[in-house]
Design a protein around this ligand. Structure first.
Ligand code: CU
Length: 511
């Protein structure tokens, strides 16, 4: 049952008043969440099609993606204008193997400028699809790079300056799966769409006339309509003993804590950048916007069990109820067949990860995230905030100074969490990460290595992945330079840390 709109408004204004009382700036329309869960989960889960590709004589695998306008019925009979890649909403799954050279012909058939960022991908900055790689209406952009990282569940989404939240919210997002043919078989389900299923979870608000409602609060939009792969009330027919779900939080603001309605244990096998060293038995996997996890769940013949989002642990936030911290709702039903085909056992060891320690760091930097700024500065397309040298390892000490959530996504690299307030990270955060949730008033030490792709002229982005925050300026620019390249040792534009006159930058070079 849909809640009466009036009741929602009342709750919303009470929430706004409390936020103001708590010293948190609040817009007039605060989206206090009230998730409408469908009564039945009768819609078969749509599985994004695998994008076709052609392989040229030189081995380059080329995909085509067209960003276009469309229409979606999130509620039966109500048309909502949405955007999609090659369709009305979301996009096909791109898939490539480690070592392959890929190219994507990205065409923009939208009425406005966009871009497409390959989230989690290690690649040259000029191919990264950030705000410097705009694709104008009617234009086609053709990035190309070699896949050079472990198997992982990555994704792609727009990243235009100041418009990322809106473009993602309208529906532009898709998976980019990476395989590693040389990796050992560790018993994970691998049949795409059957027992290896991508699931993107998103939330939206739709007005009575069908238009997307983008009004929100401190975090952005917390939607009452929650979709998996673009539909509400979906179920996944399960035909095997074990199913691998590749979970992506494709929301702009909401954090989910996924588990199952009966609290069964399942295995988390991967985080953002690929496999964990060993399967992690757990009952919850928490994902803030942009984060991914792969899980393997065991089903019993004939059963039905729902994937549920439980109240997420956002840390010591103020007015957490206005940030979804108390929300519980079902997102997907698993419907097991009476007879399930056998699945392999998941191996006790999945991969090995290179140990990284603070002792390896050449540089330590500190980043304070507050309101919409990083180290007191808002995004400036003409300012380089961090200059990293090729071949160096950096530790970033990152702190959220607000009583509400932030996160940090760094382009190009997969990071590791060294510690949180000096303590080792939980196992779920011990693997490769490109997006890290930042709870209020905690210090996260992240370590990363800049191995390739020096380009003094083109920056990568680092930013909060709460997309409203990103759009409002919570983003900085990072260039990777080759100190041995006479023309590449100095970044092209002013404002770099080398100058040292900007209060925000705090880099300590060791050795
Ligand atoms: Cu933020």
């Amino acid at each position: 049952m849909r809640r009466p709109r009036g009741a929602l408004r009342l709750v919303a204004s009470a929430g706004a008043a409390l936020l103001v009382a708590a010293g948190v700036s609040a817009c007039s329309e605060v989206s206090v969440s009230a998730v409408d869960v469908p009564e039945t989960f009768d819609v078969p889960l749509p599985v994004p099609p695998l994008a076709p590709s052609r392989v040229a004589a030189d081995g380059t695998r080329t995909f085509r993606l067209t960003a276009q306008e469309g229409s979606t019925q999130f509620t039966p009979g109500v048309d909502t204008p949405t955007w999609g890649f090659d369709g009305d909403l979301l996009g096909p799954t791109l898939r490539a193997a480690r070592g392959e050279k890929v190219a994507v012909e990205v065409r923009n058939d939208l009425p406005e400028t966009t871009s497409v960022h390959w989230h989690g991908m290690h690649l040259p900055a000029a191919m990264d699809g950030g705000p410097h790689q705009s694709v104008e209406p009617g234009a086609t952009w053709r990035p190309t790079w070699r896949i050079d990282q472990p198997a992982a569940t990555l994704w792609y989404h727009p990243h235009p300056h100041g418009q990322t939240q809106e473009h993602v919210y309208r529906g532009l997002a898709g998976f980019f799966l990476l395989d590693d043919p040389a990796a050992p078989d560790v018993g994970l389900p691998t049949e795409y769409g059957v027992d290896d299923v991508p699931v993107v979870v998103q939330d939206r608000n739709v007005d009575r006339d069908g238009s997307l409602d983008m009004s929100g609060g401190e975090l952005g939009v917390l939607g009452s309509l929650v979709t998996t792969n673009g539909v509400r009330g979906a179920h996944l027919p399960v035909t095997t003993q074990r199913v691998r779900l590749r979970l992506l939080n494709g929301s702009t603001a909401r954090t989910y804590a996924f588990g199952f309605a009966d609290d069964r244990r399942f295995l988390q096998v991967a985080s953002d950048g690929g496999l964990l060293t060993e399967p992690l038995p757990t009952t919850r996997v928490q994902l803030s916007p942009g984060e991914r996890a792969e899980v393997v769940v065991t089903a019993s013949p004939g059963e039905r069990v729902r994937l549920r989002s439980f109240p997420p642990d956002l840390g010591r936030v103020v007015a957490g109820f206005a940030m979804g911290a108390q929300d519980t709702f079902d997102v997907l039903e698993l419907r097991a067949a009476p007879d399930l085909a056998p699945s392999p056992e998941v191996a006790p060891t999945l991969t090995t990860l290179e140990p990284m320690s603070a002792a390896d760091a050449d540089v330590t930097r500190t980043f304070e995230l507050e309101d919409r700024s990083i180290n007191g500065r808002r995004m400036d397309m003409d300012r380089v905030d961090v200059t990293a040298e090729l071949g160096t390892t950096e530790v970033w000490e990152v702190r959220n100074r607000n009583a509400f959530p932030h996160s940090l996504h760094v382009h190009d690299v997969q990071m590791r969490v060294l510690d949180i307030d000096g303590e080792a990270p939980p196992a779920a955060l011990a693997g490769a990460k490109d997006t890290v949730y930042l709870a209020p008033n905690r210090t996260y030490r992240l370590i990363m290595r800049f191995e390739d792709y020096a380009d003094p002229d083109t920056p990568y982005m680092f930013h909060c992945h709460l997309l409203l925050h990103e759009d409002q300026g919570m983003m900085g620019q990072l260039v990777v330079v080759d100190p041995d390249d006479a023309t590449g040792g100095q970044p092209p534009r002013g404002g770099d840390d080398a100058g040292g006159d900007d209060a925000g930058e705090d880099a300590h070079h060791h050795g």
